[in-house]
Design a protein around this ligand. Sequence first.
Ligand code: CTP
Ligand code: MG
Length: 233
Amino acid sequence: TPRWLIVPAAGSGRRMGAECPKQYLRIAERPVLAYTLDRLHQAFPEAGLCLCLRPDDNHFTSDWVPFADYRRVPGGEERVDSVINALRAIEPLARDDDLVLVHDVARPCVSIENLMELAHHAARQPNGALLATPVADTIKRDDGAGCVQRTEDRRGLWQAQTPQGFRYALLRRALEAALSADGIGAAMVTDEASAVEALGLTPVLVPGRRDNIKITHPEDLALATHILAAQRP
Ligand code: CTP
Ligand code: MG
């Protein structure tokens, strides 16, 4: 079971294009953020939560946070900056081998079972673990001019989800290295695993459910509403 949960929630939801960031859009009167935190709390009630929020966030209230141990951390420019801010904030308390799970606030449909499975694997793998699903669609690469350059070989391709879990020291080293002068750079670090891979290490793929969607575009909200209703026992 993880000692720490980092929940990046400092995005602005540009692709959603709503009047507020997507983590505050309502599903049956509760914001997406509340569903995500509830799932995490059900799975890991004892963990310490770091919630990354925009410094100018005027939608958040702690009423939506079920964790007894929680701290608010200022988000950064990019997702990776938000996660690093959280790792730096817990430095005085964290031990090198503490298990840290990072989970996007925009994935409220993650199942308790997948959360537990991911934590189980991440705790046993030196290079960490992530939830992922095999790519189902045929994937094309464009030539930069609107035509197909080639079709990628779909076999062996996975879509990365969150949560992703790593030991504190490894995750900190990987993310700091990725953003350093000779690192791969923020644009390439769209998840934690990519930074660990850039160290030459191999995180484990844990097959997850396909309904652990990331709310990204407007139609995803209706999908998440349906998934959450269907999952309710
Ligand atoms: N995130 C963050 N800090 C940032 C950018 C993103 O904490 N500077 C968080 C988002 O809140 C989200 C997760 O990272 O939970 C995944 O990012 P994404 O789905 O891209 O969310 P947004 O950045 O909000 O959306 P968009 O890219 O469409 O603006
Ligand atoms: Mg984004």
